[in-house]
Design a protein around this ligand. Sequence first.
Ligand code: C2O
Ligand code: CU
Ligand code: CU
Length: 460
Amino acid sequence: MTGASGTVLLSQCSHKTLSRSQTFPQNYISQDGLLSVDMVAQETPMQLGRNRLKQWGYNGQIPGPRLEAKPGDTIKINFQNQLPQTSNLHYHGLHIPPTGTADNVFVAVPPGEQFSYEFTLPKKHPSGTFWYHPHYHGQVAEQVFKGLAGLLIVRGELDEIPEIQAASEQFLVFQDFTANPNPNLSRGAIMLGREGELVTVNGKLKPEFSIPTQGLVRLHLLNASISRFYRLSLDEHPFYLIATDGGAISEPVELTELLLAPGERVQVLIQGDRPPSQYQLLSLPYDRGTMGMMGHMGLSSSSNPTQAIATFNYTEPVAPTPLPKTLIPITPLPEPQTLRQFTLNHGMNPGMGMVFLINNQAFNHQRIDVKAKLNQIEDWEIINLGGMDHPFHIHVNAFQIISRNQTPEPLLAWKDVVNVRRGETVRLRIQYQDFIGKTVYHCHILDHEDRGMMGILEIA
Ligand code: C2O
Ligand code: CU
Ligand code: CU
């Protein structure tokens, strides 16, 4: 459908009738080194089956417009907040300054106001699947759960590999919504974070994608849900992983299923050389934790039943197409100068109710938790003491996973979210490059982040 040069419209068919209020997706691609976009956060109606929902979107779209730029491009986003709450924008995964008009999550844009973001992608910025969403602490989960999220694609060296350039490309953004927003959350929803019963792909229930008869299919997948995990399989087709959060890996890796924790992205290729038929993209059960003491109160089940969330149609036989043999080489980061440890846990706080803690502390915007030096290499050990998974995310610099429970990580990859399973210790390696200033790290179950599971990292 869209080649590396890209077409402006995301064309993908859905046999569900579009409601009149639904605008056709409008996406934006940089031109002559500049991407300049007006982004209005506003109330956005959504029709999901028989449910008419009042959600929030960017420019009336859920998910928001897909933005595409190249390394070295300047991105200007004139953000207008027409929501009834303070908001802002975060550019998840981009390697840009955490200060000024760039990826500054400390900016607060009150209702009715606007803010002009402007930054330039470094010339050596990796190509990959990034995204944007609000990051105003305390209301992040609510705003993202309302629908505020969109893709930001950086085009570059990965897109120039001939087999990938020739592939047909699809973007799948996973979000879940609820038709019954309940202000009194159950204890399960407080512990594990909210999940909606309406699982959408690109803002639709079970959309259809068609597979061309030639060439590979390249999928960009984003988990933009605030708490829901997606364990995916495409009717037992192999997925060939080509990129993780921070960009390409060094060669395709065959996988039979994919686990995407909140905030994570991957790119995969599928060959689609199966008999013509309709294949289901399945979301499989995944147990992301119990609630310890509360397990016996019937709140322990966190895994959803299998459901088909999209279909892929092959109408004619598909010619098998070879995969690229190699992608973009990755160099392992050198040995670290410092080791830091972070424990993840939760507890009760008299005034606040349930709180989620890093090193036994809830987020405090006046406290600097980590002081780091530019260019230093550090290992972070993330120790999950609780009874549920926490997808741990760091802004500005991507990292490499070294080990899980001392077992060396088999895949060398750039990540910015790592799911730390209950009882697990993950060691990751990070180098603070190019930019100084204050930024954050946090759990990407956004209900946990809002309830304290975040810290401030200052790079000087
Ligand atoms: Cu996608 Cu700080 O988050
Ligand atoms: Cu982020
Ligand atoms: Cu968490």
